[in-house]
Design a binder for this molecule. Sequence first.
Ligand SMILES: Nc1ncnc2c1ncn2[C@@H]1O[C@H](COP(=O)(O)OP(=O)(O)OP(=O)(O)O)[C@@H](O)[C@H]1O
Length: 470
Amino acid sequence: MSHDDSQGISAANQDIWGKVRERLRAEYGETTFNSWLKNIELEKVTKSHVNMTLPTRFLRDWVINNYALRIRQLWSSEDAQIQSIDIHVKSSAKQLSPRRKPATIGLGEAKSSFTADSNGQDKLEQNAALTAQLDPRFTFDNFVVGKSNELAHAAARRVSDAKDTVPFNPLYLYGGVGLGKTHLMHAIGHAIAANSPDKKVMYLSAEKFMYRFIRALRFKDTMTFKDQFRSVDVLMIDDVQFIAGKDSTQEEFFHTFNALVDQNHQIIISGDRSPTDLEGMEERMRSRLGWGLVADIHPTDYELRLGILQSKVENAKISIEPRILEFLAHRITSNVRELEGALNRVLAYSDLVGRTVTLESTQEVLRDLLRANDRRITIEEIQKRVAEHFNIRMSEMHSARRARAVARPRQVAMYLAKQLTSRSLPEIGRKFGGRDHTTVMHAVRKIDELCEGDQSLSEDIELLKRMLEG
Ligand SMILES: Nc1ncnc2c1ncn2[C@@H]1O[C@H](COP(=O)(O)OP(=O)(O)OP(=O)(O)O)[C@@H](O)[C@H]1O
């Protein structure tokens, strides 16, 4: 490998830089790459050092804290002689305050030297960068409150307004898909950033938490990982159910959680079910998740759906006949994400064909969605159909009787509930007279097994499915 000290960059090094950039783009995704990494320029490569520049100090600090180690690792994997990477601000070195030297990420170094000596301004900039990752659309102003989400909303407000106290730790928000959990978390983030810019607020999905943890393990950099998470004032983890069953991530999360609670730092978690229903989550974690306030978001009612639609069209300054919004609120009952999607589709269509939205065009454009919403199967329907089919009373679905004549149809109904609805095992168990999720799991396995050898049962099930699915 030849290094060109005088001119700066040899073709071979340009080539390496190209590869490193591509890896970064692939690993962090297009959006992150474009926001933070695209503007890095290669300035000089010596035998063991790479010099890079970024246009602003803010960008430079952010890249150093979050990506420089990875850049160095990627570069070293192409050229083992490279020991460190220097990143400084491009325009003029004079912009750096005199006490600062360009940050260097060396071999095996856990953290940039910057974090240690950052001054207050740096901290504010870093906090602002964290906030910049929040979705600007998800604010309290844009959140419509109704009966189904008022507790979660009030709790979110309380956490956001509490300047020096932690009202409940953790705040655990749960509910079905698309009902506003993520929206509320981002709103909390925005509000805290506005009220207390000195607070470090971190929001990420449980999936991302796991990804970062695994990467830290892979690159033997768990110290940085721990530091990053344990130094925040407010930690928000979305969709925690994702780490259920992922043992080592769960273990790390448990320690992070304890460390933050010990320091009296706020934790906010969301999940698709209550802490007690999180299958695959260790008991000690489940109990901790329920320590603070657990607030659930219920499915929306008509008034809330209409309110959300009205707020969306008002904000977008769109005029649309009220009866169309009423129609949508009446018919798209699944969740707010679908409701928003439906409205957007209707508006996009009218925009495209240059005609005002009518009830007829709405029905036409949303035909598939309307059908899917109409056909949402409930556990009660399943129980009713199955009871009729096997000629037993509906009450046997909830009873404790174990006689085969009622136990088998009950198992069939549990099996169909698992197959045809998105309900979790504990939720299904509850609808069958408060049974445990293991009973439902057993029923599902049993019916699966029986169907293998019992043609008539498997035909019964096929028939029931067809009837239920309409
Ligand atoms: N009460 C509400 N007012 C206004 N918009 C809402 C409300 N509830 C949900 N939304 C909107 O619905 C969409 C879905 O919400 P969000 O992503 O927060 O759901 P979620 O509960 O986090 O879903 P998932 O479990 O799939 O992550 C977002 O665009 C959000 O802004």
